[in-house]
Design a protein around this ligand. Structure first.
Ligand code: ADP
Ligand code: MG
Length: 279
């Protein structure tokens, strides 16, 4: 049997409000993200990009249709179970870094492991390893205010990958960075995908960044359009390079307190933590 797809979405719809105020944000999306695949999603403001990411992260529920993450149907999970899945299987990267100011880089990266019950020593070692992977071995003890914006985003990426997530969801991860730092972050994301077979779904308004992906999809009229999938070389020109049309405002995620809220319990069918790691 093939391994479960990181993302399998079928017939996804999401409507907000009722009557005359009803907005159909998503009108029937199908999307599969395979292991090791980097998919970029572009679209104008209001096209439903944030809505899609919220649904994938389990922060909101669809109106109809299904979302399977690693073969787990989000619809069968309680809110707490969805929070656990988010915490243990998804790596979330935002435009703003959401690092804790009073903790060192390494402590920030170790946090999701500590919350998952990994013992302090193992968590420290894994956090240090993740910081090596993002090129910040020599910044382990720095606090966020002692790091540049690009370095802070690399710490946030280390925190996202340290749990070895099924899927990385990146929401305009370069939106707060100068172009040199942004390019560095895109290089890093591309390398993580290539080295770790890490599935990545990136929302961006920057066509140059989207062009780093294996596949570019455009959200339009509540549906996902794949420009000429038969010819990957055309992904770039098919976007038209109309920068005005590509520009969209940053995505407003739910309050980070919701995203990082600490649930308890375990997921249905979840494997026990590796021996020696549980607290
Ligand atoms: P994008 O991220 O692509 O800019 P969004 O996903 O934020 O688009 O929004 C898609 C559409 O759904 C927009 O018309 C927006 O106004 C609407 N929408 C999003 N969230 C809500 C909400 N909580 N209540 C009502 N309408 C919403
Ligand atoms: Mg948005």
């Amino acid at each position: 049997m093939s391994e479960a797809e990181p993302v399998s979405i079928r017939g996804l719809t999401k409507a907000f409000g009722t009557g005359a105020g009803r907005v159909e944000a998503l009108r029937g999306l199908d999307l599969t993200v395979r292991p090791g695949e980097f998919v970029a999603i572009m679209g104008t403001s209001g096209s439903g990009k944030s809505t899609l990411l919220h649904l994938l992260a389990g922060l909101d529920r669809p109106t109809s249709g299904s979302i399977l993450l690693g073969g787990t149907d989000l619809a069968v999970l309680s809110e707490d179970e969805r929070a656990l899945l988010r915490r243990r299987r998804l790596g979330l990267i935002f435009q703003s870094f959401h690092l804790l100011d009073t903790l060192s880089a390494q402590e920030n990266v170790a946090l999701p492991l500590s919350i998952a019950g990994v013992k302090a020593r193992a968590a420290r070692q894994r956090a240090a390893g993740a910081l090596v992977r993002v090129g910040l071995a020599n910044r382990r003890r720095h606090r966020p205010d002692q790091l540049s914006g690009g370095e802070q985003q690399r710490v946030a990426i280390a925190r996202a990958v340290v749990i070895e997530p099924l899927l990385l969801l990146a929401d305009e991860p370069t939106g707060n960075l100068d172009s040199a730092s942004a390019t560095h972050i895109m290089d890093l994301l591309r390398r993580l995908v290539d080295e770790r077979r890490q599935a990545l779904l990136l929302v961006t308004h920057d066509a140059h960044h989207a062009a780093r992906a294996d596949r570019i999809l455009r959200l339009q009229d509540g549906r996902l359009i794949e420009p000429n999938p038969a010819n990957p070389e055309s992904k770039w020109s098919s976007l038209g390079l109309d920068r005005a049309a590509l520009l969209v405002p940053p995505i407003a995620w739910g309050a980070s307190s919701t995203v990082f809220a600490q649930p308890s319990g375990s997921l249905p069918g979840e494997k026990a933590p590796p021996a020696g790691e549980a607290a």
